[in-house]
Design a protein around this ligand. Structure first.
Ligand code: ATP
Ligand code: MG
Length: 516
């Protein structure tokens, strides 16, 4: 054989060998490694697992009958897992599969208007919502350098909140009070008032009765506010696992919108139930109980949740996430463990008093015990100018009124203060079905602070208020623009609005014959 023939023969052989090897490789079946563990024990809400070496905290697992779980605790002998479903369907000895991903949730605009459970399964008898991506439910909060100060107001449409305890976009404002004092109503009003503002809302119901959740959803539907809202529900009967997960899921959904440059409002109703669900899980996992049997990290779980509320820098889209956590107090004890924790985590609180509720002074917000630490800076300048001294004046009036009850003789000045204070109180009353736009509020407050209401009886305050609101359409458009653009009002503009208010008041008195 000549060397040329040898060369070409070896090339042909090499190519043939390569082809054979490729064919063999292609014919080897693709191997999927499934990591399987065994359920060691099951208690209501949690399971312990053996096997699954290398699994991490917050990773997802799937039990044999399709129920999901989330890794919660890793011990030397076993792994603790939260069951995200019906734990009675599980038994010891069954298999559990590692899913190689941390607990995540689908997010996207397709979720708007939907009612979902924390596993994003629809509860509104519709198809599975379309989504853009999946996001981990637990995430680190944005660093300080990525945040901007809270400067834009989040109008709730409730006069007493917007004027005296204002909320800004990116703020965390706690709503606390005894049971049945109107906590949910305030949060729902805030959601309803965002209808044409472009603010996306997430209402997260934790540990409530199905009936209360259905009522809240019906209210959102009736007012057509569901279109800009996503409802995440973990009812009391859903077990502690889903209740624990729900607020993190709601926040992850909200973060998607925030990071796409939009403003978001998330309501957590309520974090007291969330704390109790976490206590139940921790005690079942045999974690050491602390004060009121809550585990030591109860403060941490709420602070890492609420830290995610913020206003992002312009380069990051400039979106914001405002958090309205709700917590129930017992017998007006605002120094309870969970309420004080939440008060110290948030930027302010709205305290609802059962006494005010019983007296019919609704919304029952106790102005003296409520505070907004950052909201004042967010008020529109025109609004701030008319409401700045109102809170102080109102608190002074409440004190004076208390003393005047003892029948002491009052001088003319004190009488005037009390008359004016009572008009303020009457003016701050508002039904939960009524939302007042910012211009109407400015008109009413301007009339109030300039003593126009002092000329009428307490009973006719509401009627006069209604006619003032009708007269808002007479305010010149350049003044309206100036207010909405966040410019301060000149004294002439203010006098202009006041004279419109005076005319409306006179007209109202003329028709209703209200005594002067
Ligand atoms: P729970 O402790 O059961 O969660 P809650 O504190 O959330 O109660 P809500 O359910 O909001 O209280 O309100 C209790 C009742 O008070 C409801 O029937 C609601 O309609 C009524 N209510 C609350 N605020 C107002 C208001 N401003 N005007 C009229 N009714 C109101
Ligand atoms: Mg409620």
């Amino acid at each position: 054989m000549t060397p040329e023939i040898c060369d070409s023969l070896s090339t042909v052989l090499e190519e043939a060998m390569h082809e054979v090897v490729q064919t063999c490789i292609n014919q080897v079946p693709q191997l999927h490694f499934r990591e399987i563990g065994i359920v060691k024990s099951v208690s209501p809400g949690i399971a312990t697992i053996t096997g699954l070496a290398g699994v991490g905290i917050d990773e997802m697992v799937r039990f044999q009958n399709g129920i999901f779980g989330m890794i919660f605790d890793i011990e030397e002998e076993y792994i603790g897992c939260i069951i995200l479903g019906d734990s009675s369907a599980l038994s010891a000895g069954s298999e559990v599969e590692r899913m190689h991903r941390v607990m995540d949730v689908p997010v996207g605009d397709g979720l708007l208007g939907r009612v979902l459970n924390p596993l994003s399964q629809p509860l509104d008898a519709q198809t599975t919502p379309w989504f853009v991506e999946r996001r981990p439910v637990e995430r680190e909060a944005p660093p300080i350098m990525d945040r901007l100060p809270v400067t834009v107001p989040l109008q709730t449409g409730i006069k007493v909140v917007d004027a005296l305890i204002p909320i800004g976009r990116g703020q965390r404002q706690l709503i606390l009070g005894d049971r049945q004092t109107g906590k949910t109503s305030i949060a729902l009003s805030a959601i309803k008032n965002q209808r044409d503002t472009g603010v996306i809302c997430v209402y997260c119901a934790i540990g409530q009765r199905g009936e209360s959740v259905a009522k809240a959803i019906a209210e959102l539907r009736e007012t057509n506010s569901i279109a800009h809202t996503i409802v995440v529900v973990a009812e009391a009967e859903n077990g502690p696992g889903l209740q624990y997960l729900a607020p993190y899921v709601a926040t992850a959904i909200g973060e998607y919108f925030m990071e796409s440059g939009r403003d978001v409002l998330v309501v957590y109703d309520d974090l007291g139930s969330h704390a109790r669900a976490y206590r139940e899980l921790s005690l079942l996992m045999r974690r050491p109980p602390g004060r009121e049997a809550f585990p030591g990290d109860i403060f941490y779980i709420h602070s890492r949740l609420l830290e995610r509320a913020t206003h992002l820098r312009k380069e990051l889209g400039g979106g914001s996430l405002t958090a309205l956590p709700i917590v129930e107090t017992e017998a007006q004890n605002i120094s309870g463990y969970i309420p004080t924790n939440l008060i110290s985590i948030t930027d302010g609180q709205l305290y609802l008093s059962p006494h005010l509720f019983q007296k019919g002074l609704l919304p029952a917000i106790d102005v003296g015990k409520s505070v907004s630490r950052v909201g004042g800076k967010t008020q529109l300048p025109a609004f701030h100018a008319v409401s700045a001294d109102l809170k102080l004046f109102y608190s002074q009036f409440e004190e004076l009124e208390m003393f005047s009850r003892f029948g002491t003789r009052l001088d003319e000045h004190t009488k005037k203060v009390i008359t004016h204070g009572r008009r303020i109180r009457q003016c701050l009353k508002q039904s939960s079905s009524e939302l007042i736009p910012v211009l109407d509020q400015i008109m009413i407050l301007l009339a109030l602070t300039n003593g126009l209401f002092d000329e009428i009886t307490e009973e006719s305050v509401y009627e006069v208020e209604k006619s003032l609101r009708k007269a808002v359409s007479e305010v010149p458009t350049d003044i309206v623009r100036c207010i909405l653009d966040g410019k301060p009002l000149s004294s002439e503009d203010r006098q202009g609005i006041l004279s419109i208010a005076r005319t409306a008041l006179t007209k109202c008195q003329g028709t209703s014959q209200a005594p002067l």
